[in-house]
Structures are given as structure tokens and as C-alpha cells.
Design a protein around this ligand. Structure first.
Ligand code: RFL
Ligand code: PHB
Length: 399
């Protein structure tokens, strides 16, 4: 038996994009359902991003999601860039006229969003299977799924948002031949760890070392997060905790500064990819976040882009569904893609400047070093990095 129902917006995926979209739509009086194929516990524990642009922080505050972020988030006014054994500070506040970023983990944003949605009485169906989107040529697209108890559902919607990440089903449900893909794979991956040890640094350290990139970031005053460049096809079993700490120390330590080690509670390897699918819309199916685009994490943009997409989309759907105005929905893909391509360029640039490319030669290495020296010695070049890193397309939302 199939249970049929009706809502305004069907949302596939309870990652940051799908959850924030549901929250923003509710603020405008628009009903939605969120379907998610993982469990709530899995979504709340999945280790990913940590860094929020100032505009993302301001948006979350404006829409009532700032309380725990303001209490627990760590504000940063700059980063360190390290190469050839020397560490250099970039002061974002000075370079950009006061802009900053905040460390607040994606896991915490997801927890805050799930709690806020459930407290408001929203429907989030976790552990669904066989999600499908159909009737996409009509004004009443349909979302189908099987719930955790095994009941099949068919929800008739006014619009569907594909917020189902890179491996989701919505992008591939668009008509064949519509979506164009532009992509790059990088010949290396990131090994990321979460460690129960206070950060050894006040600001994030981005380090280009001749044996590979390393990044020291953090989650809380007691928990550090660190990443190492490893070969693209590397397997985690090759990396004992001792080997990870030894390599992090080898790449990150400079005279007079030591990296503190501690218990590693999580370790995983993630591939590095740039990927942009366009358009991000077919009629009343809209893609947002990682479902439409992926950036390598070196620029810390993926989560920020996902939240920016759904802010634009929530406004477009409000115009479409409440005022009958199609203009913003028609412009959604182009509006989002202009931000996406800026972040794609920045993330590619940071990645190419800081990683050791196994296929590159002395010429490539010298170009990287020259670029790094330029960034730390020219105010114009440093400002370019700072402006991109802190984010310069304002996100607006009227409370
Ligand atoms: P998500 O988070 O992948 O959520 C998609 C959700 O859809 C579900 N799903 C389905 N549900 C129902 N039916 C189906 N058929 C489904 N298929 C999939 C999935 O289970 C999932 O819950 O996408 P979203 O919401 O677009 O959010 C994107 C962000 O998660 C991502 O861009 C960032 O994590 C990227 N990223 C970073 N971004 C930043 O802005 N700052 C950072 O510091 C940063 N660091 C990172 C990162 C990503 C990393 N990895 C692991 C790729 C560091 C790393 C290591
Ligand atoms: C993180 O805190 O996980 C993080 C921060 C900055 C990046 C990537 C990841 O560029």
C-alpha cells in the first residue's frame, strides 16, 4: 500500500542544506517534508566541515540559530601560511576592514537545525529508502520514498529541493542531456583526524611542506582537528596513530614551536575534487549544496556554499509559492552559480598553491613558492586571499 500526501516543498537530504532550507521556508509559512536515508545519530556525528564565513554566521544568527554557535564558536581573525620552514600570519581583520571567520563544527550546526525543526513540529523522515523524484515535467512534482517502518509514500509537492549531496539521486533525475558538468580530480587526498588534545595554535595553520600539505585546525579549546595530504589511492590502514603524529610533526613543526599530540578519536581519508553541475534547476526541481557542486576543502567553502544556495532558494520559493512570482526561481541557478564559481576558483587556487603535485616538477614547485611569497609580501595579494576566505557576497535575509 502507498500512503499519499501533499506538501509545498519536498526536500531530499537532511544535511546542512536540506535542514536549513526547511527552517527558512517555515519562517515564511511554507510547509515542507525532509527525507533522509541515514539515521539521525549518523547525520549528527558525520565529521566534516568546521569553518564558517562571517556572512554564514550572521545569517544563522538572523534566523534564530545563533545561540549555541555564539556561546561555543571560536572566532578567528586570520590564518598562518607556512612554507620553507617559516610561518607567516595573515590578519584578515586588518586586510578586509574587520572581517573574520568562525570555527563551529558542521556536526553542531546539524544538531542545532534538527533540534529546531523537530521542536517546531516539522516532519523529518530518517532512514528512508528507495527515494525517487518524478512528474518533473509538471507543476506538481512527486517525491516517493519508503519510510523506516517499510511503508511506501508518495508526496505531491509544488517544488522539490535536491539537497542530497554528491552521491544523491536528484541530479541524475534531471532530464538526460540537460546537466553539464565541469570537474577536476586532484592527484592526492586528505587524511583527517579528530584528536582529544588542546590546539597547539591560536589560528589555523596552512602548511606547504616538500613532503605534502598539512593543516592544523580545531573544534573546541580541548579538541584539535588536523589534516595531511596523502596519495590519492591511500588506505587508512597504512596510517597508525604514531605514524600520523610523526608525519604531522615533521611537516608542521618550526623552530621553537611543538605540536602537542593526544588520543585520536577519528581518522578518515577523503578524495579531493572540484565539480560543478549546471543548471541547478529543471522546472520545479532545484539542486542545492553538494548535490550540485563540490570543492576541495582547502578553501573551507563547501558548507558555506550549501547554506548560501538554500538562502537564495528559500527566497525564490517564497516568491514562487506565495506571490506567484517566477523571476527569482528562474534566476536561482545563475545567481547561485556565480558564487559557486568564485568559490571553485578560490578553492582550486588554494589547493594548487599548497599541495605537492606528484606529477609536477621543479618549475611547478618554484611557481607555488613564488606565489606564496607574493601572498605574504604584497598587501594586494594578501587581501585577495583574505577577501575570498572570509567571503564577499553578502547573504541577506529579512528577519
Ligand atoms: P551533505 O552534508 O552531503 O548532505 C546530504 C544528505 O543527503 C542524504 N542523502 C539522501 N537522503 C535521502 N535519499 C537519498 N537518496 C539520499 N542520498 C543522500 C545524505 O545522507 C546526507 O545526509 O550535503 P549538503 O547539505 O549540501 O552539505 C554540504 C557539506 O556537507 C559539505 O560541502 C562540507 O562538509 C564540505 N567541507 C567544508 N565546507 C566548509 O564550508 N568549511 C570547511 O571547513 C569544510 N571542511 C568539508 C571539510 C568536507 C570534507 N569532506 C569529508 C568531504 C572537510 C572535509 C574533510
Ligand atoms: C576544518 O576545521 O575542518 C577545516 C578548516 C579549514 C579548512 C578545511 C577544514 O580549509
Amino acid at each position: 500500500m502507498t500512503v499519499t500526501s501533499r506538501t509545498q516543498v519536498g526536500i531530499v537530504g537532511a544535511g546542512p542544506a536540506g535542514l536549513l532550507l526547511s527552517h527558512l521556508l517555515a519562517l515564511r509559512g511554507i510547509d515542507s517534508i525532509v527525507v533522509e536515508n541515514r539515521s539521525r545519530a549518523y547525520c549528527e556525528a558525520r565529521q566534516r566541515a568546521g569553518l564558517l564565513e562571517a556572512g554564514t554566521v550572521e545569517l544563522l544568527r538572523t534566523v534564530g540559530l545563533g545561540e549555541r554557535m555564539d556561546a561555543e564558536g571560536l572566532e578567528h581573525g586570520g590564518i598562518y601560511l607556512q612554507f620553507q620552514g617559516e610561518r607567516h600570519h595573515l590578519d584578515f581583520r586588518d586586510l578586509t576592514g574587520g572581517r573574520w571567520v568562525t570555527i563551529y563544527a558542521q556536526t553542531e550546526i546539524v544538531k542545532d537545525l534538527i533540534q529546531a525543526r523537530l521542536a517546531a513540529g516539522a516532519t523529518i523522515e530518517f532512514e528512508v529508502s528507495d527515494t525517487e523524484v518524478g512528474e518533473l515535467d509538471t507543476e506538481r512534482p512527486v517525491l516517493r520514498f519508503t519510510d523506516a517502518r517499510g511503508t511506501r509514500h508518495e508526496v505531491t509537492c509544488d517544488a522539490i529541493a535536491g539537497c542530497d549531496g554528491f552521491h544523491g539521486i536528484c541530479r541524475d533525475s534531471m532530464p538526460p542531456g540537460l546537466v553539464q558538468v565541469a570537474e577536476r580530480e586532484y592527484p592526492y587526498s586528505w587524511l583527517g583526524i579528530l584528536a582529544s588534545v588542546p590546539p597547539s595554535t591560536d589560528e589555523l595553520i596552512y602548511c606547504r611542506h616538500e613532503d605534502g600539505f598539512a593543516l592544523h585546525t580545531m573544534r573546541t579549546p580541548q579538541v584539535s582537528r588536523l589534516y595531511l595530504q596523502v596519495p590519492a589511492d591511500e588506505v587508512i590502514d597504512h596510517w597508525s596513530d604514531d605514524r600520523i603524529w610523526a608525519e604531522l610533526k615533521h611537516r608542521l613543526e618550526v623552530p621553537g614551536w611543538e605540536l602537542k599530540d593526544g588520543h585520536i578519536s577519528e581518522k578518515a581519508i577523503s578524495p579531493m575534487r572540484s565539480f560543478v553541475a549546471s543548471p541547478m534547476r529543471y522546472r520545479r526541481l532545484f539542486l542545492a549544496g553538494d548535490a550540485a557542486h563540490i570543492v576541495p576543502p582547502t578553501g573551507a567553502k563547501g558548507l558555506n556554499l550549501a547554506l548560501a544556495d538554500v538562502t537564495v532558494l528559500a527566497k525564490a520559493l517564497t516568491s514562487l509559492l506565495k506571490d506567484g512570482q517566477a523571476g527569482p526561481a528562474d534566476a536561482y541557478s545563475d545567481t547561485s552559480l556565480s558564487r559557486v564559481w568564485r568559490a571553485t576558483h578560490f578553492s582550486w587556487w588554494m589547493t594548487s598553491m599548497l599541495h605537492v603535485d606528484p606529477q609536477s616538477d621543479r618549475f611547478g614547485a618554484e611557481l607555488q613558492l613564488s606565489q606564496l611569497r607574493y601572498v605574504i609580501s604584497s598587501r594586494a595579494a594578501a587581501t585577495t586571499l583574505a577577501e575570498n576566505y572570509t567571503g564577499y557576497f553578502p547573504l541577506t535575509w529579512k528577519a
